[in-house]
Design a protein around this ligand. Structure first.
Ligand code: DNO
Length: 390
């Protein structure tokens, strides 16, 4: 192959309140920005004015806003409840407004109630940097003792339940409160849920089940299909993070089979995937490069990060090029896919360790500057190296 089209190097920016500035992003070497109007209430229409304002801000420093992450899907759509049609109309309107402003790649997720879930936001690594961590015992302890979900005990291995018993006996109230806050948090800028709301949702989703949720997603996609096709919008669903059912909530984007099901149910090019290597890589059942081979044609956006799992399935977020995900293989496949595209595939270094000066700063979990700068530099080098031997 003698073509050497580069991937689009992007960076998530939470907007004017992000402690990482647009100037910082430029110094990190990203060319594009992934952003969202986090100030707009979930489900309300994103106005053209508000989109333009954000776009102009980004462009004023010489960057481009090329992916929206995310236009959140309202719970009424996920559960297909009474107000579903109202929120679908709003979603369609937001998509049209985004397209008018020239922003045509949209990321979203279809995880019930909670977005990504971890149990520790500051696991100290051997070099002193901090990483996000997921621990089954902590999750089970929250589930059984804080949430007190009916039948929770039966969802976990005996070994985990034994550890819960021991850990719960000695846990401090502060740590239990912290754990609760972390699990209920979801996306930091978008507010958490209450225990009560989580319990109600678990009840609602237990009636919907996996098949029902798959149908609701297909209903959502079919309803926005005409807008996406007319406007040239590509929707990209983010895999469930972590990629397994937790707290009794169904999950539908956890594996190769799930992702194939999604793209086949509504079989149109607008219906794409945000390929998140860290989310998928946290599942023992997933061979990440193999998944990318299978669904690559529908991947329009990628989150690149790595994870390290132990034998129980607990995992921490490791260095971008060092972990269970074969990032070299993933990058090879992405680079090849990218050569066939009219529009470069956008990737962003997903998460990063809190390290160096950032250890003393208030940062959004996973989104401090220096760890991501390191990740971006490594990924960019990997891509260039691979391109040079193509
Ligand atoms: C976490 C992110 C997710 C992602 C949403 C997409 O760091 O990858 O919060 O933005 O799931 O809707």
């Amino acid at each position: 192959m003698n073509s050497n089209k580069k991937l689009e190097q992007s960076w998530r920016w939470y907007g004017p309140n992000d402690p990482v500035s647009l100037e910082d992003i430029k110094q990190a070497g990203a060319r594009a920005v992934v952003s969202a109007l986090h100030q707009v209430k979930h489900g309300e229409v994103w106005s053209e004015e508000a989109i333009l304002e954000r776009k102009q801000l980004i462009e004023s420093v010489g960057l481009v806003w090329n992916v929206v992450e995310s236009v959140p899907v309202h719970e009424a759509i996920k559960t297909r409840s009474e107000d579903c049609e109202y929120y679908l109309e709003n979603y369609r309107a937001s998509l049209r407004n985004l397209a008018k402003c020239g922003i045509k790649t949209v990321c979203y997720n279809f995880m019930p109630v909670l977005d990504w879930t971890r149990t520790d936001l500051g696991l100290t690594l051997s070099n002193g940097a901090k990483a996000l961590y997921f621990d089954w015992t902590d999750l089970a302890m929250f589930d059984c003792h804080v949430l007190q979900r009916e039948g929770a005990e039966d969802s976990y291995d005996k070994e985990i339940m034994q550890e819960v018993k021991e850990r719960y006996d000695s846990i401090s109230k502060d740590r239990l409160d912290e754990l609760t806050e972390i699990i209920l948090m979801g996306v930091p800028t978008e507010g958490g849920v209450t225990l009560e709301a989580l319990r109600e949702s678990i009840d609602i989703y237990s009636k919907i089940g996996k098949e029902g949720l798959q149908e609701n997603l297909a209903y959502f996609l079919s309803n926005i299909a005409d807008v996406c096709i007319e406007e040239g919008i590509k929707m990209t669903i983010h895999p469930d993070d972590p990629p397994f059912a937790i707290l009794g909530l169904p999950r539908i984007a956890t594996s190769k089979e799930d992702l194939l099901d999604i793209i086949q149910r509504v079989d149109s090019p607008f219906n794409g995937i945000c390929f998140c290597t860290g989310s998928l890589g946290a599942g023992k059942h997933n061979d990440v490069p193999d998944i990318l081979e299978a669904i690559g044609e529908r991947v329009y956006f990628a989150h690149l990060r790595n994870v390290h799992k132990d034998e129980k399935g607990n995992f921490y977020e490791s260095d971008h090029l060092d972990g269970d995900v074969d990032m070299v293989k993933v990058m090879e496949i992405l680079v090849d896919l990218n050569q066939k595209r009219d529009h470069a595939i956008t990737f962003r270094p997903d998460h990063g360790h809190q390290m160096l000066d950032d250890l003393h700063k208030a940062t959004n979990p996973g989104y401090s500057a220096i760890g991501r700068l390191k990740g971006l530099a490594e990924l960019r080098g990997l891509e260039l190296g691979l391109l040079s031997v193509r």
